[in-house]
Write a protein that binds this ligand. Structure first.
Ligand code: TYD
Ligand code: MG
Length: 453
């Protein structure tokens, strides 16, 4: 067709090239170039009117921060991740694998958001009947909640003009298409263009926009990871489908911190907040079993106690099997190497499995000490005392390094009834919490864990 051009676009960084290549010339990621068809007409010129160059620089000291108003979503755990609610006029991308619960969550909050404010829920995936049925199951009432089943951006914008809602939910951005781009819905150019239209709507009209983005197996939002650069906040829905816990993490937030997580439990009636994750994660701890050790990790401002399980068995393979769920695979390898070298443990003859209960992903190195203790406990088949908890980073020489947030961690451990707290020697000096009745066990080196069991 005339005016159309085939291009190759990197699904990681959005780089555009006229020829396909195995590696993106811009961001160097492999196999990320996908074919797309774009229109060559200079349609974008209208978006950047050359005549409007009237932005003057303003002196930093003279500029006053505009007031950002936030709307509570009705789910405290979600508000926590957002930094206190959705900032009016912002664009939030909620991404996660299909079936993880994105539509459920958004339908739940649209009920609460709709109290006094208008919410437009646009679905490109489900019929009104399906949505209404689900809303009934979730107990969502919506006197000011409006449904629209539509996939065309212009039609959605027209509906916006008529209704003037305060919040628009687009479920999902991959199903939306614009006529100005010729490629198929879900292609990178389509998704980018459609998202751009909603972003300008948010910035011009002050409406808050929530976009749902499906993620493919590799973990990048199907097609455009590029979307992440365009929106104000990116929330990521984590958890295994078969687990009942769901975790929402902010991986980008222009209006808040990115360390916070929100913990939810899946129920028949939708997602339920878990305001006290430590208690939940420890709820069904087995007693007197080797290979289990509690760790205290910081998730943003909040300490969370997680249980780490290790299982070591004689290997049947030429090279031993290592599997990890919830702990970074490379970190696990490093800790095994340190245990082997510094403590002389013969781990190379063993298969090692690691697991964090409840579907938590621990990225903090403060979990190292508990991982090491769990592996050692399983190997020796000696249980770790139930009331023992450990945290501390382990270095390559086997030294236990100081971690931050020491008082918060110790307080949380005491609150949950732990009476033996293993921590880095250097951190122990800085401890200000009253630890009466609790034994604080400072350790300098990984070798000292032998005396704990
Ligand atoms: P859904 O919200 O449709 O996932 P997504 O929009 O991310 O693809 O949820 C998938 C299924 O799980 C759906 O059949 C509803 C069910 N579900 C519950 O029953 N309870 C819950 O708390 C959640 C989150 C989902
Ligand atoms: Mg959905």
């Amino acid at each position: 067709m005339k005016g159309l051009k085939t291009v190759y676009i990197c699904s990681e960084c959005g780089h555009q090239a006229s020829q396909w290549s195995g590696q993106c010339p811009s961001c160097r990621s492999w196999n990320s170039m996908v074919e797309d068809v774009i229109s060559q007409s200079p349609k974008t010129s209208a978006k950047h009117p050359a005549t409007k160059y009237n932005n003057e620089p303003v002196r930093f000291d003279d500029y006053e921060i505009p007031e950002y108003f936030r709307t509570k979503t009705g789910l405290g755990e979600l508000d926590r991740v957002l930094g206190g609610g959705i900032v009016n006029g912002s664009v939030v991308l909620l991404s996660g694998e299909p079936g993880i619960g994105k539509s459920t969550l958004l339908l739940q909050i649209s009920g609460a958001l709709g109290e006094g404010r208008k919410v437009l829920y646009v679905s490109g995936e489900e019929s009104k009947g399906q949505i209404k049925m689900r809303a009934g199951r979730l107990g969502v009432k919506g006197s000011s909640l409006y449904l629209l089943v539509e996939t065309n951006v212009d039609a959605i914008l027209a509906a916006y003009k008529k209704l003037r809602p305060d919040v628009i939910i687009i479920d999902s951005i991959q199903t939306i298409y614009t006529d100005s781009v010729t490629s198929a819905p879900g292609s990178i150019t389509q998704v980018k263009d459609a998202a751009m239209r909603f972003i300008s709507l948010a910035k011009n009209e002050g409406v808050s926009v929530l976009l749902v983005g499906h993620v493919n197996k590799e973990g990048s939002i199907a097609g455009p990871k590029v979307l992440e650069h365009m929106v104000d906040a990116v929330l990521y829905f984590e958890g295994e489908r078969q687990h009942i816990y769901r975790i929402i993490r902010a991986i980008k937030n222009r209006f808040g911190s990115t360390n916070e997580i929100g913990v939810f439990e899946m129920t028949e009636k939708g997602l339920k907040e878990v305001p006290n994750p430590s208690e939940t994660m420890l709820a069904s701890r087995p007693k007197n079993v080797s290979g289990n050790c509690a760790a205290c990790v910081m998730q943003g401002t909040r300490p969370i106690i997680a249980e780490i399980q290790a299982l070591t068995t004689q290997t049947m393979y030429p090279s031993p099997k290592r599997a990890s769920d919830g702990i970074d695979y490379n970190r696990m390898g490093l800790l095994i190497a340190v245990l082997e070298k510094r403590m002389g443990l013969r781990l190379s003859a063993l298969d090692i499995y690691l697991n964090v209960i409840g579907g938590l992903h621990l990225s903090e190195t403060a979990a190292d000490a508990a991982v090491a203790i769990a592996i050692y406990s399983s190997m020796k088949d000696k249980p770790v005392p139930d009331d023992l908890i450990a945290f501390g980073e382990i270095g390559l020489s086997g030294e236990v390094r100081a971690v931050s947030g020491i008082d918060q961690r110790v307080k949380e451990a005491i609150r949950l009834g732990f009476t033996q707290i293993v921590l880095p020697y250097k951190s122990a000096d800085r401890l200000e919490t009253n630890t009466q009745g609790v034994s604080i066990i400072p350790i300098r080196s990984i070798i000292e864990i032998t005396k704990l069991l």
